[in-house]
Every structure is written in structure tokens, then in C-alpha cells.
Design a protein around this ligand. Structure first.
Ligand code: NAP
Length: 251
């Protein structure tokens, strides 16, 4: 396969894709936002920091030609995903969106879907200990809560935070037993999560089901129109292999 591939990263899928491409001898550059102080680094080359919106990414792609871009950012990284779609449209660089499927409700679940973090804050009114697993960004939406809040994130969250907050610094994946122990220790009575999907952070949903706790799930932002989208690293590799073969073209 020929040509450099830019992977917009920050997810396990992006790291697995980079590993597979490096193993195939493909020149891979993964881009990270730089939000996490000590990120898990992918194979291949890495650049860190924003591009400066869709225009910045357009300029960057013109200055650093790549064969294709794979947007493997988190399902909730909607700004980066929109910038990638716009920059690909303007430059004509082939773009693939790699996004893992969302979670699906199982028997015994009590899931309450909401459209935003603000709606999630409203949905937990009346509960006494809210387990906030939405990440440290956007916690301001919960700042007005008077309930005890358990916040878990990789790096320390910044204010504003709910008045009665316990912070647990930890990086997943977590086992169901670990999640059960944490929820029992803090007497959690509701869990809040984004519909991130994937197995790495799924244990909290299993634990909530076992404990009979409601889960408030924030719906994903919509995918950009007109961008081919796949759900797995294998599908992304198939798309790239077809397009990176000099005898074929990518649509
Ligand atoms: P976002 O709101 O879509 O992005 C905000 C800005 O961060 C973008 O406009 C872009 O800056 C920069 N950025 C985001 N991803 C980038 C990347 N891979 N490479 C270079 N710049 C990037 O995204 P976010 O929700 O803040 O997420 C930031 C990163 O954390 C993403 O890489 C995402 O995959 C990862 N992540 C996010 C979540 C989540 O819940 N949102 C969870 C786990 C991991 P410019 O406009 O200057 O280019």
C-alpha cells in the first residue's frame, strides 16, 4: 500500500488501526488533541494539538499531503468530525469515519435517553448519589446539582463542579466487580454516561443492571452527511487497502 494515512485519534480503535497499518508497512500519522496529560500512544508517528478548525485542517492537508484520512475520534468529538468532513470536501482528500456502534439496552436495564448533558443533569433531579462517567469536559452542566456526585476521569476535572463531589482519578478499562464495588461504596443510585459504545467502558452498565440502578444516557451527535462510515477497524482496513492500492481508486 502506498501513501501516508492520517488517523484522527484519541480512541482505542484509532490505536488498533495504527498498529495494523504499521504492521502492513503503511506510513501512519496519528493526530491527538492533547487533552490527556499522559496519553496511550499509538504505533507510527504522532502529532499533538488542534489544527485550527476546518480551515486549519484544510491548510494542513494542503501542506502535508496524505493518501486518506480516517476520522477515528470518539463518537462525541463532534467538532473534530465536522472539521474533518469539511476539510475533506474542500481538499478532495478521501475521508472515512470509523465509529464504533452505540450500546443497546438489555433485559433488566432501566435506561433513560437524553439529548444533552444539560438534559442529563435535569434527569437526575431527586437522586442522592449520581455517578458521573461523562468525562471531565462538560461537568459544568452538572454544577447546579445538590446531590452527592461521584466523578471519575483520567485527569483531574476543573471547576465548576457540583458542590458535593468526590473525584476518582482512574483510567479504564474497569471490571464489573470493580464497578460494583465502587457503586456500592458510594451508594450510587443513578449512573450518567454518554453512549460511547465499546467494551472498554461497558462494565458500568452491567454493574448498574445488576444493582437495578437507572442509567441516564446521552445520545450521540449525528454523523456528518456524505462521509463513508464503518464500525470496525477491520472494515476501515478493507477500505484503506482498496484505496491505497495504486491500481484502484477511492470514491
Ligand atoms: P471535539 O470537541 O470534537 O474537538 C475540539 C477540538 O479539539 C477540535 O476542534 C480540534 O481542534 C481538537 N481535536 C479534537 N480531536 C483532535 C485530534 N484527534 N487531533 C487534533 N485535534 C483534535 O473533541 P473532544 O470531545 O474535545 O475530544 C478531544 C479528543 O479526545 C478527541 O481526539 C477524541 O477522540 C478524544 N476523546 C473524546 C471523548 C469525548 O467524550 N468527547 C472521549 C474519549 C476520547 P481544532 O479545531 O483546533 O482543530
Amino acid at each position: 500500500m502506498t501513501g501516508r494515512v492520517l488517523v484522527l485519534g484519541g480512541t482505542g480503535e484509532a490505536r488498533r488501526l495504527a498498529t495494523a497499518l504499521v504492521a502492513d508497512g503503511v506510513d501512519v500519522l496519528t493526530s491527538l488533541a492533547g487533552r490527556v496529560a499522559d496519553p496511550a500512544l499509538p504505533a507510527g508517528e504522532v502529532r499533538v494539538g488542534g489544527f485550527g478548525g476546518a480551515e486549519g485542517l484544510t491548510d494542513w492537508l494542503r501542506a502535508h499531503p496524505v493518501r486518506a484520512v480516517v476520522d477515528a475520534t470518539h463518537p462525541f468529538a463532534a467538532v473534530m468530525t465536522a472539521s474533518a468532513a469539511r476539510a475533506a470536501e474542500v481538499t478532495g482528500v478521501p475521508l472515512l469515519r470509523l465509529q464504533r456502534p452505540g450500546w443497546s439496552e438489555q433485559p433488566g436495564d432501566d435506561w433513560r435517553w437524553v439529548g444533552s448533558l444539560a438534559d442529563a443533569a435535569a434527569a437526575v433531579d431527586g437522586f442522592s448519589c449520581v455517578f458521573l462517567t461523562t468525562g471531565r469536559q462538560g461537568l459544568g452542566a452538572f454544577a447546579g446539582l445538590t446531590a452527592h456526585c461521584l466523578v471519575r476521569s483520567v485527569d483531574a476535572p476543573e471547576p465548576p463542579l457540583p458542590a458535593r463531589t468526590t473525584v476518582v482519578l482512574a483510567r479504564g478499562p474497569f471490571t464489573v466487580d470493580e464497578e460494583l464495588a465502587l457503586m456500592r461504596e458510594h451508594r450510587v443510585d443513578v449512573v450518567v454516561t454518554k453512549d460511547s459504545g465499546g467494551s472498554l467502558t461497558e462494565a458500568k452498565l452491567t454493574a448498574a443492571r445488576e444493582l437495578g440502578l437507572p442509567v441516564v444516557l446521552v445520545r450521540r451527535p449525528p454523523l456528518p452527511a456524505g462521509v463513508p462510515t464503518v464500525a470496525t477497524v477491520d472494515e476501515a482496513l478493507t477500505w484503506l487497502r482498496a484505496g491505497l492500492d495504486p491500481t484502484t481508486s477511492v470514491d
